[in-house]
Design a protein around this ligand. Sequence first.
Ligand code: ARG
Length: 569
Amino acid sequence: MSSAPDIIADAVEQALLSTVGPEHAGPALIRPCADPKFGDYQANGIMAVAKRLKQNPRALADKVIAQLQVSEVSEPPTVAGAGFINFRLKPAFVTDQIAAAVKDDRLGVPVVAKPKTVVIDFSSPNVAKPMHVGHIRSTIIGDCLARVMRFLGHRVVTDNHLGDWGTQFGMLLLGWKRFRNDDALKQDPIAELERLYKYVNERDELRDEAKAELVKLQRGDAENTAIWKCFIDLSMQEFEKTYGRLGVSFDHIFGESFYNPMLKDTVEELKRLGIARQSEGAICVFFEDNPELKTAAPLIIQKADGAFLYGTTDMATLKYRIDQWHPDEIVYVTDARQQLHFKQVFATVRKWWKQTPDLRHVYFGSILGEDGRPLKTREGAPVKLNALLDEAEERAMAVVTEKNPGLSLDTQKEIARAVGIGAVKYADLSQNRTTDYVFSWSKMLAMTGNTAPYMQYAYVRVQSIFRKAGAAKTDSTPITLEHAAELDLAKHILRFPETLQAVAEDDKPNWLTSYLYDLSNKFSTFYENCPVLQSEEPTRSSRLLLCRLTADVIKRGVNLLGIDVIEQM
Ligand code: ARG
């Protein structure tokens, strides 16, 4: 089943081809109309072609329209503005598409014609440190992108690039051997490891001993290796609890240390190819030929003392991923402060291989407290992810017990979990990814507005219509779209596929949250204007099907955000 924008794009490109010939034709660039007054979709591609041909764009648009064959999909198209073409979908077309979506368990979302292999590197917390709210964004955004791309039919490989190597392990090893408190370790292993690290780090007189422990670890000393593995196990057990709560999993958790054996060869190869060279004792990659990067410091891949760095590991990781999975795309989800790092890594890869996968740094801003400063606890410490999720569930529990005191405690808890965790995730995913945002419990838990509880409640409401309806008619009931609100809702439902494509193309989950928010608003308008249960057949059954499709799209959409729906609230 082709979607409306695809059909329109094909037709416009065909018409352009026969109007200006293959050497001048271009993409149709179909976008939804900003204002429904003008239509449903707009073709923006005519202007660029007219410009190249030095023709009047409106006149060219007229010529293209004369060639256009879209009568099955659209009312007669019109020229607008500087040379756009506007299209309004025919109700009959919408009806057919809805009827098909009702019968399709993918809800009308086609599987991509050319699946890509996409590696997504996300979450990637550091061993022996608690996951903090900065990691929450990576985990939630990365997981959502993986879910959407998988659903669209791409082959997705998720890899948690755990920070399990580095100079901090010298201090941790020394702290562990000399200052460990076993009771505290049992209580909260990561907190104790963090304490040990800080304790040693603060004491200059311990620096040399810590360095010696690090060297032993790097040489493969059995005792230190065993302790280091213990750090990883303890940390992973804690991380797994958080991932369990968030419903996030990974195909691989290789971690930085996995690449240690490859670092020496990586540096040698970059030197041999003339990509890296010695400078003041260190081995560096310079970017003299890159206008954006030439003024920044070079990427150091080996220090004068022989040590390898974060960037060296990333180069080895890239080689491994390319050799192993032959990806078409590699996506890195980290905070915005790593932009320079990834620009340098990507620029190095482009010197290394003639053809590289599409490399994307999907970065995000910080989470701020209501005072506009980076989110902190009342005591001024960084907020830890688990504590944040606890608070989310507690606050959601208060909402649930107030709203629905009659439910059993277990049910209330289950609802509070879905709502609380959902609210945190939704608040994050609905932001413009690249900017900072203010963390506000009251906003994210509000029952109105663009929030998880609002979407979950919308789902419950639509579901309750069926409960009242009793047995609904089958999928073969003809769809009739009579009322304007009904048609409007139907058209929006048909935008689900293009929305998911846009999320995957731009790495922007907030396209999906906005879509869902609009969907539930359109549903409300429909429900206020179009009686469902009180209508006569066949309208009643047709409207019930539209309700069911709405519920299915909400459920699928919310799940693609990594959020659970609930059956009552
Ligand atoms: N561990 C790093 C951090 O917490 C993120 C790693 C991101 N992935 C990568 N391939 N560099 O900042």
